[in-house]
Design a protein around this ligand. Sequence first.
Ligand code: ACO
Length: 329
Amino acid sequence: MRAQILGTGHFLPDSVRTNDDIAKMVDTSDEWIRERTGIRERRIAGPELQNSDMAAGAAKRALEAAGVDPREVDLIIVATVTGDHPMPATAVLVQQKIGAPNCPAFDISAACAGFVYALTIADSFIATGRARRAVIIGVELLSRILNWQDRGTCILFGDGAGAVVVGPQEDDSAGASAVLGTSIHTDGSLAPSLIIPAGGTAKPVTAEVLALAENKVFMRGQDIFKVAVKNLTSTCKQALEKGGITIDQVDWLCSHQANLRILDQVASRLGIAPDKVLTNIERVGNTSSASIPILLDENVRTGKIKKGDTVLMCGLGAGISWGSALIRL
Ligand code: ACO
């Protein structure tokens, strides 16, 4: 049994932080950030918002779009590295906030690849008949785990959530909505290049940890940049092969928004036309696991992505973990 996406939704906090705002905090400039990343501004959650609030907001909109009652939901997967608490999972809080019944609900941690990982898991649950109405959410509240004195990282990230509802395909005719192929990978040898060194059990928080900001994101950006283009291109090719289609049959590339330069190079290596490459990094920055479903829903709601369109999604982040998913909407 194939899975299909039944509805999409997203949630962005209202508060905007521009490059000029950040240039008042660290030694950087709007020009440098735009040239090196493509980012102009990002959304930042106020103190009243938790990760699970954004996740529930996106999930409710996706359920509404799918015409699915929360009481029908039989699986919730939240992809996040910025959950409300180390324990319990944020998915259990989302279950309560959306009014879903006593269904399995768990988190996965695959950073910017989180959404394609979660979609791959949900696809397997649907394929084996273990779920019929799965809510998958990519959500991050990265602004609370950034070192706002580190110009190499604080310029990149933003907060937000995106969600999809997944169910079994009801119509298996050619051209019907479906998850056509997925591909996920991990290379743990690069774990030290993008890490929050302390705050877990390996190195609990101490006064020294706080003084050194070791409980915040540390990244060697160049290490990630080098592998991102190569790995994202290869995983996209794998999803295309699994789906049995060629790149010219893809309507939209809906990639994780890490850096416009990475995106341009992946698109060029794949040979996809620039007008098929969707972006919102200039407005929302890198929202890690939330970026693909936010971008997907924005373009579904404006009518740019239409029913029956073929969409290629890909993401790569801490781990490093990466993956792709090819869907027909
Ligand atoms: N403003 C001004 N100058 C800066 C800034 C800044 N914000 N940040 C770095 N610089 C300086 C550096 O100090 C360096 O100066 P130097 O030459 O005097 O030493 C110079 O700019 C070049 O620095 P690089 O780090 O080489 O800059 P680069 O072009 O690589 O851009 C960036 C940095 C944007 C972080 C890039 O490497 C990148 O996007 N990497 C990939 C990030 C990514 O995809 N992460 C994975 C997803 S995130 C996740 O999983 C949660």
